[in-house]
Design a protein around this ligand. Structure first.
Ligand code: CMX
Ligand code: CO
Length: 140
C-alpha cells in the first residue's frame, strides 16, 4: 500500500528560523514554500530524495492561528514531529482500504496538499499515537 515515506511533518513556531536550522544542519534544499489556508499552515518542503512517482521531504509547518491543528499541537506538546506522511499510488483507494479496517479518517475526501498532491489524514489514536497522512503525489 505504501511506496515510500513522503515526508515527516515538523511543527514549529518560526518557519524561517527552522528552515535555516534544517537546511544548515543537513544541507537540504527548500523546493517549495506554500500557505495552505485549509490546513491552517505556512509550510516549506526540504528535499531529501527524488524518485519517479514522488520524492521524500521534511515538511516544516508554522500555524496560521492558535486554533489550527498545528497551533493546538504546539500549545499542547511544543515543537517537534507532528505527523508522518506515506506515499500511496491512489489516495482514495488507500482511504477506503484503511477506513474499512476501522481506522477513523479525518477527511471525507482527499484534500489539497503540498506541491499539488492529494492528501488525507488518519486519526492518531487509531494508528498507535501517530498522526498519519496519505499522499498521492502530483503527476510529474
Ligand atoms: N500526533 C499524535 N497525537 C496527536 C496529534 C499528533 N499530531 N495531535 C493530537 N493528538 C492527540 C492528542 O494528544 C489527543 O490525545 P489525548 O486525548 O490522549 O490527549 C488526541 O489526539 C485528540 O487531540 P485533540 O488535541 O483533542 O484534538 P485536536 O482538535 O487537536 O485534533 C487531530 C487532533 C489529529 C484530529 C487534528 O490535528 C487533525 O485533524 N489533523 C489533521 C490535519 C492536520 O494536522 N493538518 C496540518 C498539517 C498539514 C499538512 O501536512 O499538509
Ligand atoms: Co504533511
Amino acid at each position: 500500500m505504501f511506496m515510500r515515506i513522503d515526508h515527516i511533518g515538523i511543527a514549529c513556531h518560526d518557519l524561517e528560523e527552522k528552515i535555516a536550522l534544517f537546511s544548515g544542519l543537513f544541507e537540504l534544499e527548500v523546493v517549495a514554500r506554500e500557505v495552505n489556508e485549509e490546513q491552517g499552515v505556512k509550510e516549506a518542503m526540504l528535499r531529501i530524495a527524488d524518485a519517479d512517482g514522488g520524492g521524500s521531504y521534511i515538511q516544516l509547518l508554522e500555524p496560521l492561528s492558535p486554533d489550527s491543528p498545528v497551533g493546538k499541537f504546539l500549545a499542547k506538546r511544543g515543537e517537534g514531529v507532528h505527523h508522518v506522511a506515506f506515499g500511496v499510488p491512489d489516495v482514495s483507494e488507500a482511504m477506503s482500504k484503511i477506513g474499512g479496517k476501522g481506522v477513523r479518517l479525518l477527511d471525507e475526501s482527499p484534500r489539497h496538499g503540498s506541491m499539488g498532491s492529494q492528501i488525507a489524514f488518519l486519526h492518531p489514536k487509531d494508528v498507535g499515537g501517530m498522526l498519519t497522512e496519505l499522499v498521492q503525489a502530483a503527476k510529474s
